[in-house]
Design a protein around this ligand. Sequence first.
Ligand code: 0X9
Ligand code: ZN
Length: 770
Amino acid sequence: MPHLSRSLSLALCGWLAGFSGGFAETYRAPAHVRVFHGDEAIATMDAIVEAEGAIIGRGKGWFDAILPQDLALKGQAAMGLTEGARFEVLDKNIDDQLKRFDGRPNAGVYHTVAEVESEIAQLVENYPDLISSESIGTTFEGRPVRAVRISSQGDDANLPTFFVCGMHHAREWISVEVPMGLIHQLVENYASDPEIRALVDSREIWVIPVLNPDGLEYSQTKKRMWRKNRRKNSDNSYGVDLNRNWGYQWGKKGASTRPSSDTYRGTEAFSEPELVALRDLALRERPTASLSFHSYGQLVLWPCSYDYDVAPDDLVLAHHAREMAKLNGYEAKQSAGLYPASGDFDDWFHGVLGAMSYTFELGKQFVPDEAKVPGIVEKNLKAVHYYLKNCADVLPLLSHQVPEATTNVQDSYPVSFKLSPRLKEHNTIQSATLSYTTAAGTTAQVAMTLTGDTYKASIPADGYGTVHYSLQVLEDSGRTHRFPATGEHTFRVVEALYVLVDDDAGKNYQQYYIETLNALEKPFQIVTTDALTVEQLLGASGVIWFTGEDTGSAITRPEQEILNTYLAAGGELLLFGQDVAYAISTSKLLTEALRVKFVKDVARGTTLKALPEGFLKGQTFTINQGQGIRQKFPDSILARDGGVTLLTFKESEDDSAVSHDSGVHKAAYFGFGLEGIDTPEGRQTLLGRSLEWLAQDSALRRLRRARALRQRGGSDLDLARLEADVLESAQTLQENGAIDTIEALVDMADGRLRKHLLRKLKALRAPSKH
Ligand code: 0X9
Ligand code: ZN
């Protein structure tokens, strides 16, 4: 129809309305305002929303909104904003932006509702094997809500199902162009493009290019900046915000109860026929992934939207959002981070169907210049392809628990996937299988077991390096899904072996250590003292050193030097020897590093009692003193300055084992050989507990050793990983208020780690200043 001039059409509209039942829809030009919210971000946003505004973007300390011009010009007083808030009108009438369309017979490159209808009809005619179309409902003004299904496979094929939706908001014309571009591309390039063909062969893709046809029509022919649908409300205003009317967390933040507001939520969830139509299609087709287009802001948004709550599968959602954002050059963020808004598309698909769900805010304007449209469509279709290709799993419903890089290659690595609350309620998974390749290259598939809400399995350890794995689930419907859809999850086994130093000059006591370490499933490597280097020790998980019957000569000076250097670099040492204290009674190693005072060679007694201060508390051991070759000369010792008595001889009350944690290193000296303990169980308890103690709070020591090793010119250890461990342990230290330890961390940290720790230290000290 020919365009009336703006003023005439407005006058006419008011005039007609005036005569047809006593209500008038006054035209209020939309202004673009920037609100600086002061301390009350949410309250200020609420005030704007509850007035007649719609928030469209947000920055640090401010947000942008569209407000009726008359309200905008009255300024903040009219809005009931909080004290600190300030208000700036950026554009008095954003309708002007779309002046370029005035008087034109259509919307230029932008699709009209009629064009969408006729193009789809044409495509269905041309490609009947690939695309079908149905009207899923009828709007207030009697228009069909159009949905198309694209797939080369029949309905019974049970394929991963995607929903792609445009045009919730009337003025966001560009939001029709990407879904329309997708429809064209999928069917028209099917024959020529193998990637497209693979998608169309293996997916069921539903596209709803115009969810709000009444609104689009109205925006293109009457009020350019119209946002809502065209329902007539009880107060004679028009329109419900379709992106505030979805039925998950409906009626909470960021949605107005006021019918004239641009973000009016409606009288109840799903009061709007457009949403009932799409909801019912979704309940029928059960998509596992959904995507909704809006403008503007150049954003990829993931749930939750209604509030700052973090979705249980946030990691998965965020990961794919970031990957897609790389492809369209947008910024990825959690939806509520833009601003909380309840009753939106994303939250319903994610919260109720358990589907993956995203909102793209396209471009930098509601209706970008026509010349920009092909570029916007092209880059966003790249992101959509990624989505279709990589997010075909049901597994966004599962959150993935990443195994820790392990300290022990004989441990098995637990892998688990936790059901989202939604999936727990309607678990459609029949069975789950873990496929893996271990670091040593062993490949296998194992069934995962469901315990509570978590699927679990473990990957056996058989070497250092990268472990690859993926999950497959079989659904009740017979569908299978792989997670990740392409590629694999990986983690690295980064830790080194224990080093068992055999300082026993060829005698046979090492078998006791070997048996015990094997029983404890601790990986180790045996070295002798001939060619021993500090580097060998620094690269280990910890050092177990035994002297066996090395009577009299025990540990040589060069060996003491190696041990002192090792300990000063964050070493962890267990030293066993019935004659060590006797032989090196005045050495720095014994007195300073081990904090042991020698008392007497050949102790009295065979019963060892643990003191409650030490980590062996509650234990009693018997050594075979004097029985054969094994244990003739157990040392009598005493703990000195900070040494902690672990074991005493029952008969003499002298100590027989002492530990010391210097804050830099950890070490324990046992004045007897492990072989002296009379049972395998006793040996396992003693060595097992000792290794456990050594490994406690070891992050900083491991980092120190890795650094020292690197300085000495070589390391396979993953410094970044170790630094991350330190950071993590600093977190708990902070909670416990251990300023000293964090100071020690700062001293040896550099770069980002140092900055991070300094910040923690500052935070930790702050309260005490007041
Ligand atoms: O407010 C909306 O509905 C969307 N933005 S728009 O400017 N196109 O109106 C954003 C929806 C995403 N949800 C949240 N940010 N909570
Ligand atoms: Zn929108």
